[in-house]
Design a protein around this ligand. Structure first.
Ligand SMILES: Cc1cc2nc3c(=O)[nH]c(=O)nc-3n(C[C@H](O)[C@H](O)[C@H](O)COP(=O)(O)OP(=O)(O)OC[C@H]3O[C@@H](n4cnc5c(N)ncnc54)[C@H](O)[C@@H]3O)c2cc1C
Length: 304
């Protein structure tokens, strides 16, 4: 249900003024730089505040969406007719022995650097992924052989009615770009404990640097995007299939299949979500007709 005036008033009362933003345009909150306004964006600063907000939204049947770094999202040009709960205020980070505990809103780069500084190994792969702990665990983000599933020990989350619960490692239902949190959309990940190994600080920083150089050489990081657009189809590489169809560099409006990495759709400056959707359809149709392979989007959609 669309947020009512009464609900907006209540939210503005329970949250500080720098944590409540009516009519916030979503494009600047996404790495694609695409998307219209939401009814309001809220930025809770603690687990208790999240629980209170969730309770209120659920009691009133109000539509809401949890946003981390917005790096795996395509938001509609018309925006989202509900409340966005952005996690950036949940940024606690502690280290005890080989365990690193991080609030959902921490950027993955920040926790990778904190681990490396403490001579803990295991999070180097996550350093260049431009998402948050919440989005990373939710998507089971991975790169260069590493994946969230390998390092998560447990997570704390809030249910739709604001109840706080703990999820053990094997209860996360991790699969390729999938997890318990994608399957249970009303559960809000609050913080995760990562189990790391004693390592060597210098070696971790060197490894992160090496992976960053690889990323820069192969990905169009100079233009807005949402990373890999399509999941890896079993037995294939999405980028290679797209490339073999001769689709590198094709465009729809301001959206283009990156000439540098064919599985990235980039925003050339003025792309709309509709441009991106048209391009996605062209790519899917071409790959299906040439190779008989069905492509599925990795990027999540909001407001369509
Ligand atoms: C240049 C670039 C490179 C990338 N490289 C990689 C890569 O190497 N590997 C990779 O796996 N991905 C990559 N990505 C994609 C993206 O960064 C990851 O999927 C990342 O984990 C998304 O995190 P986020 O915080 O931005 O999530 P968002 O995009 O904000 O959200 C993604 C999903 O997670 C949900 N979510 C977010 N936080 C929470 C929470 N606290 N509780 C419950 N649900 C939540 C959202 O509702 C949404 O469904 C890349 C993206 C870009 C732009």
């Amino acid at each position: 249900m669309r947020p009512s005036k009464e609900l907006l008033q209540k939210l503005s009362q329970i949250l500080p003024s720098d944590a409540f933003f009516p009519d916030e345009v979503l494009a600047p909150h996404t790495t694609f730089r695409i998307g219209g306004p939401c009814v309001a964006m809220v930025l809770p600063q603690s687990m208790e505040s999240v629980a209170e907000v969730l309770q209120l939204l659920n009691e009133t049947g109000t539509s809401y969406f949890v946003m981390g770094g917005g790096s795996n999202l395509l938001v509609s040009d018309r925006g989202f007719d509900g409340i966005i709960i952005k996690t950036s205020g949940l940024n606690t980070l502690t280290i005890e022995d080989t365990k690193l505990t991080a609030g959902a809103g921490n950027p993955l780069g920040r926790i990778a650097v904190a681990a490396a500084k403490a001579s803990l190994a295991g999070l180097e792969f996550a350093h260049g992924i431009p998402g948050t702990v919440g989005g990373g665990v939710c998507m089971n983000a991975g790169a260069y052989g590493g994946e969230m599933s390998q390092v998560v020990l447990e997570s704390r989350y809030a249910t739709a009615c604001g109840e706080l619960r703990t999820l053990k490692a094997d209860e996360h239902a991790f699969a390729y770009r999938n997890s318990f949190f994608l399957q249970n959309r009303d559960c809000f990940l609050l913080e995760t404990v990562f189990s790391l190994k004693q390592g060597d600080s210098e070696a971790s920083f060197a490894h992160m640097h090496e992976l960053w150089e690889k990323r820069k050489a192969s990905q169009p990081l100079e233009l807005p995007s949402a990373g890999s657009m399509f999941k890896r189809p079993p037995g294939h590489f999405a980028g290679k299939l797209i490339d073999d169809c001769g689709l590198r560099g094709i465009s729809e409006g301001g959206a283009m299949v990156s000439p540098k990495h064919a599985n990235f759709i980039v925003n050339m400056g003025n792309a709309t979500a509709d441009d991106v959707l048209r391009l996605i359809e062209r790519v899917k149709e071409a790959v299906l007709s040439r190779f008989g392979v069905e492509m599925h989007c990795e990027v999540r959609r909001l407001g369509f």
